[in-house]
Design a protein around this ligand. Structure first.
Ligand SMILES: [Zn+2]
Length: 309
């Protein structure tokens, strides 16, 4: 049985975002705490005892406090159920949480060489001593099985694959420490329970649903999918910024070639949006956008939601 906990469902900035007065952020501060959400990350486990984080958000400390499954075992002076962190990109909202895991407990970071090159080029990540925190390169289209602390396999097969996306925002116009080749900056993951054969997909960033991606996702038990914006130009229209969703490497939920339309009719068991920006009106429970998403079979999860498959 695969257990999945949604640690956070929001895009960068979270809900509410520290400097944002948009309708969603205002309501989240003002009596609607159900709208509050931390930055996107999930935790998965095949045995309920050892867990792997998919991305480490800047809100990780708060997420771990709120998640009993990830607390140290009773009676142990130093312990964490977290055996590894699998990174799907090098954005701040995927890697900054690593800095909150610097107190000497061993775990392994699994990431593409391009993302590992970013960690290596930023000496602040040296607080994660490589004696304790191993950095394991992963390859596109090469399945691997993370190891438990005793070296035995964890029971979850992870298949990383390339997804249309962009290098981290802070590298725009800069020289990428991992080279100019775009491959490896944005990964999707298939996570398969080896005992049952059931699998889920994780795509927190995706700029385009290609035919190849549709073929992959068809028939999946569960997908977590990029829900950053409702419409491509929503930040500009709301006066919140000058970037489009596409400009940030994210497909919109709505519209022609949006996620809802592109992934309709693919026989996917459960469809969950993740990495939802606070500008996205689908966050509001009584909005037309939320109703459209739900009618199309999509869910917007609350932090702490546990799903088993
Ligand atoms: Zn806002």
């Amino acid at each position: 049985m695969l257990r999945v906990v949604v640690l956070g469902a929001a895009a960068g900035g979270g809900v509410p975002q520290w400097n944002c007065g948009c309708p969603v952020c205002r309501q989240a501060r003002d009596g609607h705490s159900e709208l509050a959400s931390t930055q996107a990350s999930i935790a998965i486990s095949a045995d309920g005892e050892h867990w792997y984080l998919i991305n480490a958000s800047p809100d990780l400390r708060q997420q771990l406090i709120a998640t009993p499954q990830l607390h140290p075992k009773a009676g142990q002076l130093r312990h964490s159920p977290i055996s590894g962190v699998i990174l799907t990109n090098g954005e701040i909202d995927a890697v900054a949480g690593l800095l909150s895991m610097r107190e000497g407990s061993p775990f392994t970071i699994y990431a593409h060489a391009k993302v590992l090159s970013i960690l290596k080029a930023n000496s602040i990540f040296n607080v994660l001593n490589e004696k304790n925190v191993r950095r394991q390169p992963i390859e596109v289209d090469e399945a691997f099985e993370p190891a438990l602390p005793d070296g035995s396999p964890c029971g979850i097969e992870v298949l990383p694959f390339a997804v249309a996306g962009k290098a981290a925002w802070y590298l725009e116009g800069a020289v990428h420490p991992g080279g100019a080749d775009a491959a490896g900056d944005t990964l999707g993951l298939r996570l398969r329970d080896k005992a049952t054969g059931k699998y889920l997909y994780f795509l927190a960033a995706c700029a385009e649903v290609t035919d190849d991606l549709k073929a992959r996702l068809a028939g999946a038990t569960l997908i977590f999918f990029d829900g950053t914006v409702w419409r491509d130009d929503e930040l500009i229209r709301a006066g919140l910024g000058n970037k489009t969703g596409q400009g940030m490497g994210h497909i919109a939920m709505s519209g022609d070639h949006g996620a809802i339309e592109s992934l309709a009719g693919l026989d996917i068991g459960r469809k969950v949006f993740l990495h939802i920006n606070n500008s996205n009106p689908a966050l509001l429970r009584d909005s037309d956008e939320r109703k459209i998403a739900e009618r199309a079979g999509w869910q917007i999860p609350a932090d702490g939601t546990e799903i088993t498959l």
